[in-house]
Design a protein around this ligand. Sequence first.
Ligand code: UT7
Length: 345
Amino acid sequence: MRHAAISGWGMAVPERILSNSDLERMVETSDEWIVSRTGIKERRVVGPGDSTTSLAVAAARQALDRAGLAADQIDLIVVATCTPDQFLVSQACLVQAELGGNAGAFDLGAACSGFVYALSTASQFVQTGCHERVLVIGVDTLTRFVDYTDRTTCILFGDGAGAVVLEATDEPRGLLSTVLGADGAGAKHLYIPGWGAYVPESAALLAEPRPHLQMNGQEVFRFAVRVMGEAAGAAVERAGLTFADIDMLIPHQANARIIDAAARTLDLPRDKVWMNLDRYGNTSAASIPIALHEAEAAGRLREGDNLVLVAFGGGLSWAAGVVRWGTAGVCRDPECRGRGGAATG
Ligand code: UT7
């Protein structure tokens, strides 16, 4: 059976840092409250020169370099985002315009669960033999939609991008199992109102220059703790493994208390759970590929390791998968890494 190994990875965050002490000067909050309730100490925030496109392209270039590939060797680009720079054209086409090549390009929207949804979708193009090399990007600039007078949301979010390259191999590498789920009835708990083709009748919403993210934090918290454990457990079972076989949990970086609760449910020790939200906050679709990149850079991911990726977010949505890390069986010969852009299946 063909598999889709992760052969390249990269990340990008804006330079501007927004610390808890900066937020103390903006809203009625404290570093102590934010750290104890969320684990976040600082986050990166886009400035005038940054965009969803610029972050996605920077992360993608790193991932391509690491895989040793040029953009014109990629067959398909899938971008998971809920904050595209524009609706027409897709974020993926904007990224491709910067990278070059003629890869197929489309966006996928599943909010903070988006990267795992995109990884699952993209892997299937490789597993079925339709494509050889696919670039998957998770990127969001949610701070553009954050209300910096609302202390219940403005402390949580940061901006960033992460990317991976998938390549075909006959060895069991890349995604071994996937669990995707959603509960649309919970959409009202985490959303951006009036941002789309639908024109709301509310004069107040129409008058607002840019809508702000709305969230019922306690509802999302309860939902997250439940689905993180359930989805991760189901993904491990579908891969034919047990948690004793798992080397690292790479969860969506939303709240340290949510991650700790999920790890307790799964009976995973703290040193097998990757957490970097203290420095980035919640970067939505970017959080898992950024965490993956940093775990690798820290020397924590080895060939053949079993990782569990698990995310939740707006939708409400959730997604989990078991990834076997490494590039065993990926052909490095230039002969089998031809030009991309045309479907072969
Ligand atoms: O990708 C998915 C994105 N969303 C999430 O992951 C959100 C999940 N939810 C959470 O992370 C948590 O619910 C929050 C961090 C948002 C809030 O933490 P909490 O422990 O659930 O706090 P709470 O909403 O129960 O509020 C407790 C108190 C309230 O005051 P009173 O009513 O007890 O007087 C809030 O007004 O804390 C107050 N509060 C704050 N105080 C200082 C809320 N935000 C702040 C703040 N600073 N930033």
